[in-house]
Structure formats: structure tokens, C-alpha cells
Design a protein around this ligand. Structure first.
Ligand code: FES
Length: 649
């Protein structure tokens, strides 16, 4: 007769163990991913498992009642205090008595999967930088001269198999009272180390600490800064918030900020100061939203374009304003939050993703991490639409990247009635091809308006302008309705058959809406601005297709907060993205932000993207003659030379 057979699901790992072996011990020996913070003391309940009783023909075992030890007093105590869900046992208490199948539920796994809603998106496996460990420390003794820290480290290393640990002065100052308050039982948050710093005790609580520690994923954009606060034990986003980048007062776009630093002594420092202050305001905001102490934020990951990267670090971006656009460093960076003046835990670590090139930043690297073109079987074009478009094209064989200066038109800037996406902005448009009358949806109302329904639909906010996605739809609809021609000219009332077209200076404009003396129009200059922006985007993508040696792509992913709002059909009618089946054009939302979250939650992903970035080929659009050629052709709507066969079919 053999020792009992234990099979863990979902891993399928199995082994024979002597009767009386705790389930947690069996799991450890088999390398099954079963969590524990208290080290088997029956305090943390992270080790919950669901034993399965019954017949398991697939596994070749029959499990009878009694295959696990009886419910013991520790489990009873835990159940009385906090309640153990039905069917669950504490893995550190329940002991193997007979053949059994034991399921490890997702929440009991250390490396749990963090759910992403999109089907085509990669999974996130939790593997955070910082974990909690409960230990019982040996008390000092006249005969044992070691310090309290040394005994704490000894306990951590012994119980948790951790390497040598360091501690900052800040921790040392709190260590002695906390050890005594907890009666030598404490919980430690341990950062497991990174490229520039070894493993370190970040924080210590008396007794068993019920709470968790947090990390921040920050997408530092030139216009907005968005932060997601994540629970490092569950991977859950507990608060998200965004603020305007305070650097806007130094210049709307990146190049004006670079020139601000060139023209004004100390200008770069001023901007560094501004962005860090903004960052701290954002941190306070998310902490407040989640109702947590900012001190509990122990890790932060940042993604940004190269100019923001330099300004955030306090490096003058001068070199980025001129060829050959050399970065001070393109590698990833592991720093202390304190060095950057960030209001996080005093020992918090900060990680910046690597930049791809002088024009293609850590934000593009984050998009690559989130969308993983390097793992794709089919050829995917990923476009992050902003004032600069970051473009990636590739599959598992090869990935190319470039950036293209689209300008601020897609954000509604430099458009006569343009505005940011806010209540009152037109965001969806339809123009009747016969009557040429527009219907539209305004942010802040969920109805489509029609010719005689304006007032009821938009009474709350009124119509204040057209946002970026609205202007894209507007121009595409004008093209479809024959109001604007291929080269981009708005027709006269005679040509278009509508008096909505009216002479406006030397060209025609299209009247979208009017109320009293408030008018929303699309001018021919607006059309020009959109033509330039979309041509820049398309020619960047087209150049990468040339370099790849293809003339079509299998699928297109629109990334960026703005990309999420673009209608694929309208983008294609404009000739902003290459021809592809419409159902193969998807939106990834803020992929850069997601990439930051992946790097925050899984430290292995940091190594992975560092490697991926080395293998991405950068294409510099500015020095490619074909770029100009593509740009000229792409200025037409949709394109002067390229057919869009799928779109037209
Ligand atoms: Fe903590 Fe079982 S390991 S309760």
C-alpha cells in the first residue's frame, strides 16, 4: 500500500505524500502556485483550497470522505472570525489522509491571471515587485548580541527562503517599537529587487497586517497624465484618475516645450518641477479616491514619450529637438521615487520603460507590451493616435516602428470649431447623402439629434464644438455625401445641392449647426488640417509596410484614448489607416496605460519588453524620401494613387 496520491488542479501536478502532510507543504514540494502570507500559521487565509470528493476517472482516483483531516480548531477560529467560503479549507491546516484532488482557486494563486476584457489581448500574470510576509522574530537576548534587524532578516530568510535583505534608514527608525508592539510578530512588505537595487524590506507592521500594498501605473502624456492605482496582491485597479499636464503652460506640443527649454535658461528645470508637482497632485487624487494612505504606494511604473521622459527625469531635452535625436539613455530605468521628488512610500521604487528611439518612446514600448505584435501570427498594424502617432507593424518574425508628426488636429486643435472631447462636443456624425443634412451625437447626451430635435437633445450643455473623433467622422461623411471632393475642396451650393455650403472668404464652408448667432461650421482650412494629419499618419504606416515588403495588413489596432473613439469605417474612408476588413480594425483603448499596468503587475514583463525593444527596428520617417511621396498621395481623400479595394467593395 502506497502513500496517498494528491492531484492539484488546475495545474495537474501530482505526487504521493505521507499521511498527515499539510496540503500547503505538498503544494510547495510540487511547485504548485498556492499563496501564503502567514507561512502556514492559519492567520492569512491566502492558502484556501477546495478539496474535491468523488470519483475522478480522468485522474484515475476515487476520493472518499476522510481523504483530508477533519476541520481543525485553527480553521474553526478563522471561520468564526471571518468566515471561510463553503467547501473551502485552509491549505496549511488540512492534512492529506487519502487519495485526493485539490483545486487551487484563482484567488489563492500567487501568479493569478488579471482579467483583461478584450479577447485578443494578452493575459496579465501577476508577479509584483513587492510582496507581504508575516514572520515571528526571535527576541533579543543578553547572550545573543545581534540587532533587531538582523533577527528580522534571519526570520524572513528562514521562513520564506528570501535572499539577503537590506533596509533603509526610514525603516530602521520604526523597527524597534513595531517589533515590540507586535510582540515579535510582524508583517513585512519586501521589494524583491530590480536592476539597480537588491531585495529590501520596505515597510513593517506589528502583527498580521490585513491590508495590502499598492502600485501605480502612470501614462505621462504631453496633454494629460493618467494614473491607475493597483492592488499589488490582486492586480485589481482600485482607482484611476487623470489630470492635465501642467507643462501645457510652457507649450501645447512637445516641440514648443523643447524650444521653451532652449530659449529660456532654467526652462527645462521649470518644466520638470511642473510635471513632478502635477504628478504628486495626481497621486493625492488617486489615493483619496481609493481612500488609502499614499505611503502604501511602494512601486510605480511610468510610460511616456522621449521628451516627457527627459523632462520628468530632469534631463534637458535639447538633443531631442535636433537630428539625430539622441536620447540621454534609451534603456529602462529603475530608480527611487524619492530621487524624483515623488510623494510615495519613502522607499518606493520607480520603473521607466525603455524608449525605442529618439522619436519613439517608452509609450510606444508600452503599447508593444500590451498589444504584443511580436507574438502575433498575423501581420498587425498598431497605431497610437496622438499629436505624434506611434506606429508599430509586425508579427512574430519582425516588428518595425516609427513615429509620425500628426499635429494636434485630431485633438480638435487648429480646427475652427474644434474642442477637446467634453460635454457639448459633437462626437458622432452622419450626413444624409441625398439631403446633405447632418445628424450627430453630442457628448453629454446619448441621443442622435435630427433636423428638428436639436433643442431637446442638447438642451443641457448646448453644442459647443466638434471633438477629434467628431471631426474625423464629419470629414469622412462630407466626402461620402459628395460635399467635399477627393483633393479636399468643399463644393459650392450648386455643386453639392445644399445651401449648407456657403462662400466663406475664397473657399466654401459647410454649416453644421446654428442657433442665434452661434454657428458651427467646417471650413476648407479645417479639411486641410485633417488632410495633413491623416496623411502623416497614413504615410508612416505605409512606409513601414514598404519596409516590411507588404501592401496590405491583416489587422489594425487603434490605440490611445482617442483611438478608442475613432470609428474604423470613417478612418478608412478618410484614408487615415490602410485598407483592411472593417471587422479586423479594433480599438485597444489606452494601450500605453495598459502596458504600464502589465509592467507594474509583472516584473518579468519588464525584462520581456527590454528584450523586445532591442529587436524592434526603428524607421526614421524624416530621412526617408518615400515618406514624402506617400504623404503627398495620402493628402487626397482617401488617397490619390492607392485603391481601397476592401473599403470600396
Ligand atoms: Fe496563512 Fe494558511 S498560509 S492561513
Amino acid at each position: 500500500d502506497h502513500d496517498p496520491l494528491v492531484i492539484f488542479t488546475p495545474s495537474g501536478k501530482r505526487g504521493r505524500f505521507a499521511k498527515g502532510t499539510p496540503v500547503l507543504t505538498a503544494a510547495r514540494q510540487l511547485g504548485v502556485d498556492l499563496d501564503s502570507v502567514c507561512g502556514g500559521r492559519g492567520i492569512c487565509s491566502k492558502c484556501q483550497v477546495t478539496p474535491s470528493y468523488g470519483e475522478f476517472p480522468k485522474h484515475g482516483v476515487t476520493v472518499r470522505d476522510g481523504a483530508l483531516s477533519e476541520w481543525n480548531s485553527v480553521e474553526q477560529r478563522y471561520d468564526d472570525k471571518r468566515g471561510l467560503p463553503k467547501g473551502r479549507r485552509l491549505g496549511c491546516q488540512a492534512q492529506v489522509q487519502g487519495d485526493i484532488v485539490i483545486d487551487v482557486p484563482a484567488e489563492s494563486q500567487v501568479h493569478k491571471q488579471v482579467v483583461r476584457k478584450r479577447v485578443e489581448a494578452r493575459d496579465i500574470t501577476l508577479n509584483p515587485s513587492t510582496k507581504l510576509f508575516y514572520v515571528e522574530v526571535e527576541q533579543p537576548d543578553m547572550h545573543e548580541p545581534s540587532g533587531d534587524l538582523e533577527r528580522l532578516v534571519k526570520a524572513l530568510r528562514h521562513d520564506w527562503d528570501l535572499p539577503e535583505l537590506e533596509a533603509d534608514l526610514g525603516l530602521l527608525k520604526t523597527l524597534q517599537p513595531i517589533l515590540r508592539k507586535g510582540e515579535w510578530k510582524v508583517t513585512c512588505a519586501v521589494h524583491l529587487g530590480d536592476a539597480t537595487s537588491g531585495p529590501r524590506i520596505m515597510h513593517i507592521w506589528p502583527g498580521f497586517y490585513e491590508g495590502t500594498v499598492y502600485g501605480l501605473a502612470v501614462d505621462l502624456g504631453s496633454t494629460t497624465i493618467a494614473g491607475h492605482l493597483c492592488d499589488l496582491a490582486t492586480g485589481e485597479v482600485v482607482a484611476s484618475s487623470g489630470i492635465m499636464n501642467p507643462q501645457i503652460r510652457f507649450g501645447e506640443d512637445l516641440m514648443s516645450r523643447v524650444s521653451y527649454s532652449m530659449m529660456n535658461p532654467g526652462g527645462a528645470d521649470e518644466m520638470t518641477q511642473a510635471v513632478r508637482e502635477g504628478m504628486n497632485a495626481l497621486f493625492a487624487q488617486v489615493a483619496e479616491e481609493a481612500q488609502i494612505d499614499q505611503n502604501l504606494i511602494v512601486d510605480a511604473v511610468f510610460v511616456c514619450n522621449p521628451v516627457m521622459h527627459h523632462l520628468f527625469l530632469g534631463i534637458d531635452p535639447f538633443e531631442l529637438g535636433q537630428a539625430p535625436f539622441a536620447l540621454a539613455t534609451s534603456d529602462s530605468l529603475s530608480l527611487r521615487g524619492m530621487e524624483l521628488g515623488l510623494d510615495l512610500h519613502p522607499s518606493a521604487r520607480v520603473y521607466l520603460l525603455p524608449c525605442i528611439a529618439g522619436h519613439v518612446g517608452a509609450d510606444a514600448a508600452a503599447v508593444a507590451l500590451s498589444e504584443a505584435p511580436d507574438k502575433s501570427e498575423d501581420l498587425v498594424l498598431v497605431v497610437d493616435v496622438g499629436t505624434n502617432a506611434e506606429i508599430l507593424l509586425g508579427n512574430k518574425d519582425k516588428v518595425l516602428a516609427c513615429s509620425s508628426p500628426t499635429g494636434p488636429a485630431f485633438e480638435g486643435a487648429q480646427i475652427s470649431s474644434g474642442q477637446r472631447a467634453a460635454p457639448g462636443a459633437i462626437e458622432r456624425v452622419e450626413i444624409d447623402p441625398v439631403t446633405k443634412e447632418p445628424r450627430f451625437r453630442v457628448i453629454g447626451s446619448d441621443l442622435w439629434s435630427d433636423e428638428d430635435g436639436f433643442e431637446t437633445v442638447v438642451a443641457e450643455t448646448g453644442i459647443t464644438g466638434i471633438c477629434g473623433s467628431g471631426i474625423i467622422e464629419m470629414v469622412a461623411e462630407m466626402r461620402l455625401a459628395g460635399i467635399v471632393d477627393g483633393p479636399g475642396l468643399i463644393g459650392s451650393p450648386e455643386q453639392t445641392g445644399t445651401t449648407r455650403c456657403f462662400l466663406d472668404g475664397r473657399t466654401y464652408s459647410y454649416l453644421v449647426w446654428e442657433e442665434g448667432d452661434r454657428k458651427i461650421t467646417v471650413t476648407n482650412r479645417d479639411i486641410r488640417e485633417i488632410q495633413m494629419a491623416k496623411a502623416a499618419l497614413y504615410s508612416g504606416a505605409r512606409l513601414l509596410m514598404d519596409k516590411f515588403g507588404v501592401d496590405k495588413v491583416d489587422r489594425v489596432v487603434l490605440a490611445g484614448a482617442f483611438g478608442a473613439h475613432i470609428s474604423p469605417k470613417h478612418a478608412m474612408v478618410l484614408g487615415m489607416i490602410p485598407d483592411a476588413p472593417l471587422d479586423k480594425v479594433t480599438s485597444a483603448g489606452n494601450a500605453a496605460g495598459t502596458g504600464a499596468r502589465i509592467a507594474l503587475l509583472n516584473t518579468d514583463a519588464r525584462r520581456e519588453i527590454e528584450e523586445t525593444v532591442h529587436n524592434i527596428h526603428k524607421i526614421e520617417t524624416a530621412i526617408e524620401p518615400r515618406f514624402q511621396e506617400h504623404f503627398v498621395n495620402a493628402s487626397n481623400i482617401p488617397n490619390a494613387v492607392e485603391p481601397f479595394p476592401i473599403l470600396n467593395s
